[in-house]
Design a protein around this ligand. Structure first.
Ligand SMILES: Cc1ncc(COP(=O)(O)O)c(C=O)c1O
Length: 388
């Protein structure tokens, strides 16, 4: 029989308590972070709707207007006829917001990351052996995949270890094209990149700095600009599918790099442009993100409350964001605690290897602007009980 490895690998996943399954959820509330699964409603501590903007009436209204004006579908790739007024207008909004010269839209953050690494590391002149990527070990799967699908040299430095990165940079030929890549806020740990140090190294070694701001856009900076609020980042990628409560992604960079990607990025060229209606609605998301600082303040306030309520023996990684990783260790134990929380109406998905390192299975708690003090009190109380 063909493909016998499928059955073998699935059964291995099951034996290791790593089997992954989807659940079918419904969420419809603007002011509360609730999901319904099989007729039971839970407070959702596993969503990336950090600012609580999903289902916001203004975004929904903008979406309807977008559908009426532009239709749901772009009906072509961007270089054919898919790049429409709604896309152009969103790109300009992002450039103004982040003070960037140029911007390119993608249908997902995953494809934006693949696009960038693939295009920079696979140059037309086959001089790509002169390109080196330096990635933080905890960089997202799409950055790693994009890097390895290219022909560039790849070095991965230990998480946030700028000493090791410096050693790698010292060993590089001075004339190689170097890209230092990291996440702004790390998706599974919730901590922040050493942005100023990375910036200093890019200047010293004439490298470029690439930050994936999937989890920082909207959440940090006075107008939610993410890492760009801290320093001038050469290339920023961020998805619209988290704090912006929309869908799709952008790369913001210098004009010439945008032109290069437009000409050579296979992921950009050979893909239908993102939905124009979504592009239109995303501008309303950005306006709310810029104007409503209270949402960021609320995340900080509720996060402080959560940490203050947890027992001292609970291992929570230090965080600068909505993301709080409660480290459990063993896969099965993480599943068991997640089940106990569910029985109390709290949804926290257990994150296990290979998404995180072996022995570091965790409950990835996300605290969002539409959680309440009561929600946080319940979560801390049940966790304290379950983990002692
Ligand atoms: C750090 C990071 N980068 C990129 C992505 C991919 O973005 P998207 O969901 O838009 O494909 C994700 C998760 O979704 C992420 O966590």
């Amino acid at each position: 029989m063909a493909f016998t490895f499928i059955r073998e690998q699935l059964s291995q996943q099951q034996q290791q308590a790593r089997y992954r399954q989807r659940v079918c959820t419904t969420s419809s509330s603007e002011n509360e972070n609730l999901i319904t699964i099989e007729d039971k409603t839970y407070v959702n501590f596993s969503s990336n709707d950090y600012l609580g903007l999903n289902n916001h009436s203004s975004i929904n209204a903008a979406m309807q207007e977008g559908v009426e004006r532009f239709g749901l579908c772009a009906s072509a790739s961007s270089l054919v006829t898919g790049h429409q007024y709604a896309h152009q207008s969103l790109e300009e909004t992002i450039c103004q917001w982040l003070n960037k010269p140029s911007c390119l839209l993608f249908s997902s953050g995953f494809s934006a990351n693949l696009a960038l690494f693939h295009a920079l590391g696979s140059t037309q002149k086959k001089s790509s052996n002169n390109v080196s990527f330096f990635l933080d070990k905890l960089s997202h799967a799409s950055m790693i995949d994009g890097a390895y699908q290219s022909q560039a040299r790849i070095k991965r430095f230990a998480h946030n270890n700028t000493e090791q990165l410096t050693q790698f940079l010292q060993q590089e030929p001075s004339d190689s094209n170097k890209l230092i890549a990291s996440e702004g806020i790390f998706s599974m740990d919730g901590d922040i990149a050493e942005i100023n140090k990375l910036k200093e190294l890019t200047e010293k070694y004439k490298a470029w700095l690439y930050l994936d701001d999937a989890h920082s856009i909207g959440v940090i900076g006075e107008q939610g600009q993410g890492s760009n609020a801290h320093a001038r980042i050469d290339i920023t990628m961020a998805t619209f599918g988290k704090a912006l409560a929309s869908s799709g992604a952008f790369l913001a960079c210098e004009e010439q790099l945008k032109e290069y990607l437009t000409n050579f990025s296979r992921h950009y060229i050979y893909s239908t442009a993102m939905s124009p209606a979504i592009a239109w609605a995303t501008q309303t998301s950005i306006k709310l993100v810029q104007d409503e600082q209270w949402r960021r303040d609320k995340i900080v306030e509720l996060s402080e409350l959560f940490l203050s309520l947890l027992d001292d023996n609970i291992n929570v990684l230090p965080s600068n964001s909505s993301i709080h990783a409660v480290i459990i260790g063993d896969e099965q134990k993480a599943l068991n605690i997640s089940k106990i929380l569910k029985e109390h109406g709290l949804w926290v998905t257990a994150i296990r290897p290979p998404t995180v390192a072996k022995g570091s299975s965790r409950l990835r708690v996300t605290i969002c602007a539409n959680h309440s003090v009561n929600n946080i009190n319940s979560l801390a109380r049940i966790l304290n009980k379950a983990l002692t």
